[in-house]
Write a protein that binds this ligand. Structure first.
Ligand code: 2AM
Ligand code: CA
Length: 265
């Protein structure tokens, strides 16, 4: 049975995501204050914080009983148990390095999980004006265009996505395995926004996206969208992804997912 709350919450989530996108677009001429988080490769600007604060204010005013999990940790209504109630999972800017260096290829990622279920997802690229969206069991969309169920493809036709750190000695995967994988696929791309990479798998621009360690806000909206198009998703160890924990991730078109895991094992 359809939950009557879902359509209304989805409408609000869409409105606020588009508004956040306009704010980021307008701010592109502003000087950015770039701060380091865990390293020089892990950065935050005042805009990440301002956009997260905007969502928190809107959600708290409209839905005082809802919980909020945002990358910048500014909310004081954190979920104590993610399997109960309505939880908003927000990345105000996914791809902050791109936002700072390119002013391109970043996105706002907003998801709503109800009683632990991935229910509403929006990923918005405000530069291209592309809004990827999905509501559970109602299909996925790129703007007004419905996205088709993904069909399978062979490794030789696949364009896959992961960052350069997989191809040098690292703690997770033998890089020789990755060298074999890259020589067997049609192409490799790296966008630098995990949420957009998931959206691009959903609409067929990429066939698989792999990451070592992503957080709830990077993947929560993408999972809702990818579920609707029949994508496959697991950790590198072929286990189910727990969206509320940090996790390695592979999101793929059917057909190549198991092949990629075989290369890694
Ligand atoms: P972010 O821009 O919201 O930080 C490429 O850096 C992708 O990996 C982005 O989607 C980025 O999200 C994400 N990511 C997750 N953890 C990261 C980290 N510790 N440092 C840099 N990027 C990280
Ligand atoms: Ca972010």
């Amino acid at each position: 049975m359809k939950d009557p709350r879902v359509a209304e919450i989805a409408e609000k989530a869409k409105e606020w995501t588009l508004e956040a996108g306009s704010r980021l677009n307008l701010s592109r001429q502003e000087k950015l204050n770039v701060e380091y988080k865990t390293s020089a490769a892990d950065i935050v600007t005042q805009k990440d914080k301002e956009i997260e604060q905007f969502f928190i204010e809107m959600i708290k005013t409209t839905y005082p009983g809802h919980y909020i999990l945002g990358e910048e940790g500014l909310s004081d209504v954190l979920p104590s148990d993610t399997q109960n109630g309505v939880v908003w999972i927000i990345d105000p800017i996914d791809g902050t390095t791109n936002f700072v260096h390119q002013k391109l290829n970043f996105a706002i990622s907003v998801a709503v999980y109800i009683e632990g279920e991935p229910t509403i997802g929006y990923i918005y690229d405000p530069i291209k004006k592309e809004l990827f969206s999905a509501i559970k069991n109602q299909g996925a969309f790129l703007n007004d265009q419905s996205l088709s169920t993904l069909t399978s493809c062979g490794m030789e036709e696949a364009v896959i996505c992961f960052n350069h750190l997989w191809l040098v000695p690292n703690e997770k995967i033998g890089y020789e395995k990755m060298q074999r994988l890259v020589s067997d696929v049609r192409g490799v791309r790296y966008l630098g926004s995990a949420a957009l990479e998931m959206a691009y798998v959903a609409c067929g621009r990429l066939d698989s996206s792999l990451d070592f360690r992503l957080s709830p806000w990077d993947i929560a909206a993408g999972i809702v969208i990818l579920n609707e198009v029949g994508a496959e998703m697991t950790t590198l160890e072929n286990k189910a992804i727990n969206v509320f924990a940090k996790s390695s991730t592979i999101f793929s078109r059917p057909g190549i997912h198991q092949h990629i895991i075989n290369y890694l094992s």
